[in-house]
Design a protein. Structure first.
Lengths: 142, 214
């Protein structure tokens, strides 16, 4: 009998591998594919994203209609933060999970992106803790 | 290298991950949240430690809450409220994971998640026989940003924008884009439109300035 904590660690690990593997297999880690999506010269990833949202919606509707899933609230950081993130994504081809998957694929240069992400997260947390009232809550934290 | 999965196969797999994650751990998927918890692991640890006795013992939590309530509102107000709200079993209010101390994932679970994301990328490329160590993000990227120190700076500060931006926005592609949009959460729809729109504009700027469009 394994403890609940150990079980949760295992689940996080299983889904880490599944998600990392999937993102790699669909080419979300390939800068030229992502750039193609953003410049509308290749619709594959665009369709993929839209279809994933639609399927997830259907799945939650069927399987977890009454589940009380935490919802994010809108606040003054939502739009400026997203704009900053979008620009960074277009430049590095990486969102917070992609840089890690890239590293696993052997694109060792992603270490630099990862250091940047860590610096950004750390800087934000320091500013938020410093009373700038930037704290907007983060995703996955429920 | 156009051996990538088709859009519908990818969508099936990815939505399976998002839904499966919720059923397995009971929390919505979101990678930028994991980053926050790991970078701040020291603070995280002390909060978790302070909460631990209450998490394991709902009665103790109830006692502490009651003590604080009495200190704040006075004893009479508490009796009045309790009399009025009869019919709601007290143990239900204090049930762990319901209204008591939230059963948060520990920072080590988030660390496990991020490390296994790396392993997932490794496994996928190994499986496809495409593992090949490189120090660039491909020909197109180097054509845009060159090599050397400037290239490293671009990646570092681009990464910092991603890190800072996702924290300020309260989510990223997985948290806002997938988990949020699929449930039509207004904040997530707005955030996704903002980061996707910005990425489109910046990508077109890069496309025309790098000569890729010529």
């Amino acid at each position: 009998m394994i403890s609940k904590t150990a079980q949760q660690h295992i689940w996080y690990g299983v889904f880490g591998i599944l998600m990392g593997g999937t993102l790699s297999l669909v080419g979300f880690t390939d800068f030229s594919e992502v750039h193609g999506m953003f410049t509308f010269s290749d619709f594959r990833l665009l369709f993929l994203f839209a279809a994933t949202v639609a399927l997830t919606m259907a799945g939650f509707g069927l399987l977890a209609r009454n589940a009380n899933i935490p919802k994010k609230s809108f606040n003054k950081g939502t739009v400026p933060g997203s704009i900053l993130f979008g620009a960074g994504w277009a430049i590095t081809g990486a969102c917070p999970s992609i840089a890690l998957v890239q590293l696993g694929e052997g694109k060792f240069i992603a270490v630099v992106t990862l250091l940047g992400i860590m610096f950004g997260v750390w800087g934000y947390r320091k500013l938020a803790a410093g009373g700038m009232q930037l704290d907007t809550g983060v995703c996955g934290e429920a | 290298m156009s051996s990538y999965l088709s859009w519908w196969m990818g969508a099936l797999a990815l939505s399976g991950v998002v839904i499966g994650f919720w059923f397995a751990v009971g929390r919505p998927l979101g990678v930028s949240g994991s980053w926050a918890r790991i970078i701040m692991w020291r603070e995280d640890k002390s909060i978790q430690a302070a909460e631990a006795p209450f998490r394991d013992n709902p009665a103790m939590l109830q006692d502490a809450l009651m003590k604080a309530t009495i200190a704040h509102f006075g004893e009479q107000a508490v009796y009045d409220t309790m009399a009025r709200s009869k019919g709601i079993p007290a143990e239900e209010l204090a049930a762990p994971g319901k209204k008591g101390v939230q059963n948060k994932a520990s920072w080590t679970m988030h660390a496990t998640f991020l490390v296994t994301l790396i392993l997932g990328g490794l496994a996928a490329t190994m499986l496809m026989g495409q593992f090949q160590p490189t120090f660039t993000l491909g020909e197109l990227h180097t054509r845009m940003f060159g090599t050397g120190m400037g290239y490293l700076m671009t990646l570092f500060f681009g990464g910092a924008m991603v890190g800072f931006g996702t924290q300020l926005a309260g989510g990223c592609t997985s948290g806002h884009g997938l988990s949020g949009c699929s449930r039509l959460v207004p904040a997530s729809l707005i955030a996704t439109a903002a980061f996707f729109g910005t990425a489109v504009i910046v990508s077109f700027i890069l496309y025309f300035t790098s000569g890729a469009g010529a």
